[in-house]
Design a protein around this ligand. Structure first.
Ligand code: GLY
Ligand code: MN
Ligand code: MN
Length: 441
């Protein structure tokens, strides 16, 4: 688990960037699943990044214009034995100060009456509109009062700005301790993939494989899956976000598994492997697998400081288009196929995304017209694929697809850390060579 000291350092950096603005950063509420049952609690990642506080219905205020000792305020659920007997231990206001380093803490019930007072001295408010309806109502009311006061006093928190650019810029480059945690998330996730490949047999159900993977996550100290595990046999793999996981695995099909764990401090793995259910590729499966693998290796090779995610994507696209041309699944010149995206019925997604506290982590990919340059400490996935099914129409001028190719969906995904000089593939313990995907069953 990440130690509490690092949250305090992040708060110092965040406070220093706020100028004279107050930041209001809400945590997550519990979300209803059905009737009065809730989904497992998942803290808001921005709130977590700054506080390390893992209870629902909390709000943090950051007030850089106030004296030291009054700059970090937490509003939390109060300790109440009649609630704790149902839902378990709470830190309450004492714990918010004593353990989590808040300068001052109040019950969340007091946010409505205290917010205005805490804004005295601010020249603006940093709050993400549109995501937190209950807190937003209080912030907008307090902001309206500030605007009215400005009318009379000539000072007040006039502007309302988004805090995301500041926090997300911090989150995009991972600290050393975060990188250690992401190594751990990738290590556990990779172990689950290795286990699954060794156990899968024709006739098993996708959900049995899901159960094995997720049991492995829990057994190895993770909180659980980072996202809905995708366990997709045969043609199901051509549904990019397939999560039904309820089909029998057929002899002769491939199995695509996209699964990663989330640690108790919310760092995530995100790995995809695809392998033959009976241990042997058919000629068509192997030909396509080799293209995806080469595309992924070329793209990973490009990950280095100064490069950018668009070039990484484009390098994978080029290898995929060249490979599909060789197999007769595309027709034309490489450049025009790429320019017209005439491959997009076979490869329809981007090659990766930032990874961190969110699986699709925060941080811009472009700054205006310029792609964001990779810098050491950034972590991204590299995940090209080929998916051959009847779901999308074949573009005009492109060859129709022979039945023998259909129902093949392949993706290979790794988590890659940009280093000062060298990249590090965090998920390298999940094997992916053609040879390691095949064995006697
Ligand atoms: N598992 C989600 C993704 O690969 O983006
Ligand atoms: Mn991914
Ligand atoms: Mn994935």
């Amino acid at each position: 688990m990440i130690d509490l000291d690092c949250f305090s350092k992040r708060r110092d950096r965040f406070l220093a960037q706020l100028g004279d603005k107050a930041a209001v950063i809400p945590g997550a509420p519990l979300v209803t699943h059905h009737s009065d049952c809730e989904y497992p609690f998942r803290q808001n990642s921005d709130f977590w990044y700054l506080t390390g506080f893992d209870e629902p219905d909390a709000v943090a205020l950051f007030l850089p214009y106030r004296p030291k000792g009054e700059q970090y305020i937490l509003f939390v659920l109060p300790k109440r034995s009649t609630d704790e007997v149902w839902t378990g231990f709470r830190w309450g206001t004492e714990g918010a100060v004593g353990r989590f380093g808040a300068d001052i803490a109040h019950s969340i019930d007091e946010l409505a009456i205290r917010l205005s007072d805490y804004l005295v001295g601010a020249d603006g408010i940093a709050f993400r509109v549109g995501k937190h309806p209950q807190v937003q109502a209080l912030v907008l009311k307090a902001w309206t009062e500030q605007l009215d006061k400005f009318q009379r006093n000539g000072s007040g928190a006039l502007s309302l700005v988004a805090p995301c650019p500041l926090i997300h810029q911090l989150r995009l480059r991972k600290e050393k301790i975060e990188i250690d945690r992401m190594r751990e998330a990738a290590r556990i996730s990779a172990g689950a993939h290795e286990l699954a490949r060794n156990i899968v047999r024709p006739g098993m159900n996708e959900r049995q494989v899901q159960a094995l993977i997720e049991q492995y996550f829990l057994d190895h100290g993770a909180r659980g899956p980072a996202y809905q595990s995708i366990v997709a046999g045969g043609d199901n793999a051509c549904v990019l976000h397939y999560t039904a996981n309820n089909s029998q695995l057929a002899d002769g099909d491939l199995l695509l598994i996209d699964a990663g764990c989330s640690l108790f401090d919310y760092y995530n793995g995100d790995i995809t492997r695809t392998f033959p259910i009976n241990g042997h590729f058919t000629g068509e499966q192997r030909a396509l697998y080799e293209i995806v693998l080469k595309a992924q290796e070329v793209a990973i090779d490009l990950v280095s400081p100064g490069q950018n995610a668009e070039n990484v994507h484009e390098s994978a696209v080029r290898i995929i288009v060249e490979g599909l041309l060789d197999l007769g699944l595309l027709r034309g010149s490489v450049d025009s196929l790429i320019e017209q995206r005439a491959y997009s019925h076979l490869y329809m997604h981007r090659t990766g995304h930032w990874l961190g506290l969110d699986v699709h982590d925060v941080g811009a990919y472009r700054l205006g017209e310029y792609p964001v340059k990779l810098q050491s400490g950034m972590v991204l996935t590299v995940e090209p694929g080929i998916y051959i099914s009847d779901r999308l129409p074949v573009p005009q001028d492109q060859p129709s697809i022979d039945e023998r190719w259909k129902g093949i969906g392949i993706r290979i995904e790794d988590d890659v850390l940009v280093g000062d000089f060298e990249k590090e593939v965090l998920s390298l313990n999940a094997l992916k060579s053609v040879e390691s995907m095949q064995f006697a069953k």
